[in-house]
Design a protein around this ligand. Structure first.
Ligand SMILES: [Zn+2]
Ligand SMILES: [Zn+2]
Length: 345
């Protein structure tokens, strides 16, 4: 088969490699759509290395059809259209036993410990099948939408900790694909006002087109003034940092109301340790939460939200490339001119 192979940091090559072979308990999936995640870009440039092997095939957001099912696999058959939750929790560690399987101490993932989806085929090890990581796509759901169920699941996992409720004012910092998905899920949860801050005009317009109530260009406008005007001087109920930019952490903390909830949703590049005005948290009694990956239940929720049209993820795809143009696709994803970039083998 052909695949994009990450040989080392900054060296990604489209080349021929061996098609994975499966045993009787495994599946072979023909990739139909594989989207590029911000994390893939950080892996490419060596800014994220945990679980990454060289050489290997990265990529963890995908959907496809089953090309081959092992004889012992009864839940799926050749031709099934599926999407995959790429994170496999161990099931037995402290976190798995306490409702936090997404931060399992022994978690392994497709695109990290197992070869990923920037390839024509992906081998699905048995545990992914038996533990509920594989999901059938509804008949009218596209493969691209199925691939985007993965990042949407991460957004759902992040928002579970924020308890967004009817009437909330939510500020989202960053209108990349993740920021826009946060906006859509916040709306679906009943947020009455979603304010999106984004310096890139194309992304800001996209957020507006997808239903942001107010968009702010933080270069020329004050996010804080806008939020205070909208909330009778109180501040936002919820603030979600959907971009890992060290310069905006304090700005994000400063637009929350007292008792507001803040999600540090975006990962920062290794070594970036922005100064934090701790008094904003202390005196305002802010609740600051993190978010890592997804739980298996989130993927089920994501697929049903997409199927019900509550969250229109597919419209986020601005660019589609054949797999052989993987480097061009990565450049496009990094350029800021795209929202979501999808590779099709
Ligand atoms: Zn991702
Ligand atoms: Zn575990």
């Amino acid at each position: 088969m052909n695949a994009g192979i990450l040989n080392r940091v900054d060296e990604l090559i489209y080349t021929e490699t061996e098609t994975p072979s499966i045993n009787e308990s495994e599946l072979l999936v023909r990739v139909k759509a594989a989207s590029i995640c911000g994390t893939d870009l950080r892996i490419y440039h060596g800014k994220k290395t945990k679980g990454v092997r060289y050489p290997s095939i990265i990529g963890h957001e995908f959907a496809g059809e089953i090309a081959e099912a092992g004889a012992q696999v009864s839940a799926f058959k050749e031709g099934d259209r599926i999407c995959v939750d790429p994170v496999l929790p161990c099931g037995g560690c402290f976190y798995c036993l306490n409702g936090m399987e997404n931060v399992c101490q022994n978690r392994v993932a497709i695109g990290y410990e197992y070869d990923g989806c920037f390839a024509e085929y992906v081998r699905i090890p048995a545990k992914f099948i038996t533990q509920g990581n594989i999901q059938q796509l509804p008949p009218d759901m596209s493969f691209a939408a199925g691939a985007l169920a993965e990042p949407l699941s991460c957004v759902i996992n992040g928002q579970r900790k924020l308890d967004i409720t009817v009437g909330d004012t939510v500020v989202i910092v960053g209108a990349g694909p993740i920021g826009i998905m946060h906006m859509m899920v916040a709306k679906a949860s009943g947020a009455s006002t979603v304010i999106v801050s984004e310096p890139n005009a194309m992304r800001r317009n996209t957020a507006a087109n997808f239903g942001a109530d107010i968009t702010v260009d933080p270069i020329s406008e004050s996010l804080r003034d806008t939020v205070l005007t909208q909330t009778n001087g109180l501040g936002a109920d919820v603030v979600i940092l959907a971009i890992g930019n060290p310069k905006i952490v304090n700005d994000a903390l400063s637009v929350a109301r007292k008792g507001g909830r803040i999600s540090m949703f975006a990962g920062f590049s290794a070594g970036e340790t922005p100064p934090v005005d701790v008094n904003l948290i202390h005196y305002n009694e802010l609740v600051v939460v993190g978010a890592s990956a997804l739980q298996r239940r989130d993927q089920k929720t994501a697929v049903s939200l997409i199927a019900s049209s509550a969250v229109a993820v597919e419209r986020l795809v601005t660019d589609t490339y054949p797999l052989e143009e993987i480097r061009e696709a990565f450049s496009k994803a990094e350029s800021g001119d795209a929202i979501k970039v999808v590779l099709v083998p």
